[in-house]
Design a protein around this ligand. Structure first.
Ligand SMILES: CCCCCCCCCCCCCCCCCCCCCCCCCC(=O)SCCNC(=O)CCNC(=O)[C@H](O)C(C)(C)COP(=O)(O)OP(=O)(O)OC[C@H]1O[C@@H](n2cnc3c(N)ncnc32)[C@H](O)[C@@H]1OP(=O)(O)O
Ligand SMILES: Cc1cc2nc3c(=O)[nH]c(=O)nc-3n(C[C@H](O)[C@H](O)[C@H](O)COP(=O)(O)OP(=O)(O)OC[C@H]3O[C@@H](n4cnc5c(N)ncnc54)[C@H](O)[C@@H]3O)c2cc1C
Length: 629
């Protein structure tokens, strides 16, 4: 048992979620059927929406409340209204014009309209320009004809589409005046508001079981020449006039804006999943004792094994570092979005590049970390009731949806090599890429100096980007662009990740230096930062020798330094995870409860297995005896 002051849910919104009359009583969902799970998660997601509405929350508050969706409390098997909340509503708010907003938003907020974001098709997800659903404008009837040419162009994946939504923002190839105009968003009613039956010309349903998040309610959707009024194309950016004439958007990728927002939201949100996993593994690692008894006669706590410290502690440091940098990205996104709404798109390319690489870096790091934390809990980490499998399934989905990570890193790399080659508009003041046009920071490497580590991370990023930019430039002289690009793909991805790492550590260095409320807190942040940096070097030693200016001797020193830092961090592990302030009901894990009463909880959860209801289950007589085993 652990004795310390119990952490409280200080956060007002968090306690509103936990104590909401329709949410506070939870049920175990493991043994429910697919349909029962969906009904349970949907009713809880609806209660959350009502809460958001009753409280009149702004986007920051919504993001806080939504962050509970990853927990085992609100919608433990996936939130069927997540895409409504995180993509459909933001798309209307940012891509519909003022008239359209006033036409639809009332019904959205009173729950009459429930939507999804229908972009991906069976045969195209990544290559958005290749989508094949068409929206052909007819000036005579002032309608668009929405059509799915064949089954490979069926929409496939949209969350909430399966059985929940009655509307969709559909991304389709626009044709006006016989000309293709590219991908544009359309507001389309897909089910009757009263009966919920699919409307004429619409085929819709759910796609089937997945690795996780099975109540996200992903669906398919086909159109058979469905007529949509002209006023239903979202017209804040591009316009189609009554006569079919077309007005271009202010930025060619304006219609991709929702994706940028969601990438930022996913980066922020995946750190929540890591915080939960880190809390579970930290608590379990002090409760679990196993091995040859020590002098005090007790078997050792597993956290006192050096290998266990390496499996757990760097990920606690990562929670702090990634939380800070994703929060900064969220603020930056809010700023740039308001500029774009005012017609100034100058900051959009860099926001896109940063959102792409942070979404990729964070989801990759968090899913690897959650898997390491699951393994750190041995056999019991494999139990569903530990919650670690679901957290992994959640985080790893983030590596695919909203832009597959490799593809997003290549978007960032495209921006970086253009910056390095001077073929892009120069970066604005405060840009994250100015380091590419300056001489490398030659601060000598020294273990124990976070500033020296940050400089080395910067040299790796700079070295990676300039090297691949030069290789690409050389290849372009001898082969077609697509071949030259393909020739450098692996190095481009590495360059974008190195740039992302540099962004993250610079942001955290600033957070540490600005922290002035308490010396003790600053020292703790410095220790966490040192662990993160030493671990980052240990994971990419080759890069730090090749580009970062470290010698083999520095590498050896860093390995020892990291292990010393872990031993220094170990006594603070529980306060550092308690500080995430995650109540037991949100964590919902047999291994990660605050009181450490692991074994009793494990037995308690086993008692729910339907196979334990009867001493001899009916299946014994029906299957085993009959087959004469
Ligand atoms: C008050 C109330 C408020 C209410 C508000 C409520 C708010 C609530 C808030 C709550 C939030 C908090 C809680 C969160 C909970 C999360 C739970 C998650 C649950 C689960 C959700 C699951 C969701 C998952 C959903 C999905 O998965 S939805 C599908 C996502 N699908 C993809 O992501 C496809 C990827 N593919 C591409 O994005 C493109 O295909 C492609 C690769 C870019 C190539 O695009 P292409 O058109 O070929 O362009 P290029 O030729 O490569 O580039 C040409 C030029 O354009 C440039 N450029 C390309 N892009 C862009 C871009 N964007 N922007 C700008 N520029 C761009 C490029 O830099 C280049 O510039 P240049 O170099 O020329 O200067
Ligand atoms: C849980 C979940 C929820 C989702 N929700 C939604 C939703 O609400 N709405 C929606 O519209 N979609 C949704 N999606 C779809 C999702 O956005 C796509 O699956 C994702 O964008 C990846 O696209 P893809 O499936 O075409 O992958 P592919 O592009 O087919 O990826 C396969 C492989 O090809 C590689 N590859 C592809 N293109 C390139 C390239 N140019 N260069 C190098 N490598 C490349 C990738 O790196 C990857 O290794 C969801 C997906 C999941 C898993």
């Amino acid at each position: 048992m652990v004795s310390r002051n119990r952490s409280q849910v200080k956060d007002h919104l968090g306690s509103k979620v936990l104590n909401h009359p329709e949410l506070r009583n939870t049920k175990a969902t493991e043994y429910m059927s697919h349909e029962e799970k969906y009904r349970y998660n949907l009713s809880r997601a609806t209660a959350m929406l009502k809460l958001i509405d009753e409280e009149g929350m702004d986007v920051n508050e919504i993001s806080k409340v939504m962050s509970h969706t990853v927990s085992g409390f609100t919608t433990p098997d996936g939130n069927p209204l997540a895409v409504h909340q995180v993509m459909f509503v933001p798309t209307l708010m940012n891509q519909a014009d003022d008239d359209q907003v006033s036409r639809w938003l009332g019904d959205v907020f009173n729950g009459t309209i429930v939507g999804t974001y229908a972009q991906t098709e069976l045969s195209h997800g990544t290559f958005v320009r290749g989508l094949r659903t068409t929206a052909t404008y007819d000036p005579a009837s002032r309608t668009f004809d929405l059509h799915t040419p064949d089954v490979s162009a069926a929409k496939w994946w949209p969350g909430g589409l399966g059985t929940t939504a009655n509307h969709a923002v559909v991304m389709a190839q626009l044709y006006t005046d016989g000309q293709p105009r590219g991908i544009h968003p359309f507001m389309v009613a897909i089910r009757d508001r009263e009966t919920h039956r699919p409307l004429p010309g619409i085929t819709v349903g759910e796609i089937g079981p997945k690795l996780g998040q099975n109540t996200l309610n992903n669906g398919y959707l086909l159109f058979d020449h469905v007529k949509v009024p002209r006023e239903n194309m979202l017209m804040r950016n591009a316009r189609v006039n009554e006569d079919g004439s077309y007005t271009k958007p202010s930025h060619q990728k304006a219609s991709y804006g929702t994706m940028v927002f969601t990438r930022v939201a996913i980066a922020l949100d995946t750190v929540d999943a890591l915080q939960i996993a880190a809390t579970i593994a930290a608590r379990y690692s002090i409760v679990r004792r196993q091995g040859e008894p020590r002098d005090d006669g007790q078997e050792p706590q597993i956290i006192d094994y050096q290998t266990q410290q390496l499996k757990v502690l760097p990920h606690i440091a990562a929670c702090y570092v990634l939380r800070a940098s994703t929060a900064r990205l969220w603020e930056h996104h809010t700023h740039v979005t308001s500029e774009v709404r005012g017609g100034d798109t100058a900051l959009l390319p860099e926001l896109h590049a940063t959102a792409c690489c942070l979404k990729a870096l964070v989801t990759q790091d968090c899913s690897e970390a959650i898997e390491a934390l699951r393994l750190s809990c041995g056999g019991h980490g494999y139990m569903t009731a530990s919650r670690l499998p679901a957290l992994y399934a959640y985080a790893t989905a983030g590596a695919t949806y909203e832009g597959e990570n490799t593809v997003l890193l290549l978007q960032t790399a495209r921006y970086l090599v253009k910056q390095a080659g001077g073929s892009h508009a120069p970066p604005a003041a405060g840009s994250a890429v100015t380091y590419l046009s300056r001489p490398a920071d030659d601060t000598p490497f020294a273990v124990g100096s976070p500033a020296a580590y940050v400089a080395a991370v910067g040299r790796v990023a700079r070295g990676r980007v300039t090297e691949v930019a030069a290789a690409l430039q050389a290849d372009r002289q001898t082969m077609p662009e697509a071949d030259a690009w393909n020739q450098s793909l692996v190095q481009l991805v590495a360059a974008a990740l190195a740039h992302g790492r540099y962004f993250v550590v610079r942001e955290f260095a600033e957070v540490v230096s600005q922290q002035s409320s308490s010396r003790a807190i600053q020292q703790m942040l410095q220790l966490l930062f040192s662990v993160y940096l030493a671990h980052a070097v240990s994971r990419a030693e080759g890069d730090f020798i090749t580009y970062g200016g470290l010698t083999p001797s520095d590498i050896r020193l860093n390995r020892r330094h990291l292990l010393r830092l872990l031993a220094e961090l170990r006594p603070h592990m529980i306060p550092l995870t308690d500080a995430f302030d995650l109540p037991d009901r949100l964590i919902n894990s047999t291994l990660g409860a605050w009181d450490g009463d692991v074994y009793r909880r494990m037995f308690e959860q086993a008692s729910h297995s339907p196979l334990n209801t009867d001493e001899v289950p009916a299946s014994f007589h029906q299957a085993m005896l009959r087959s004469k085993l």
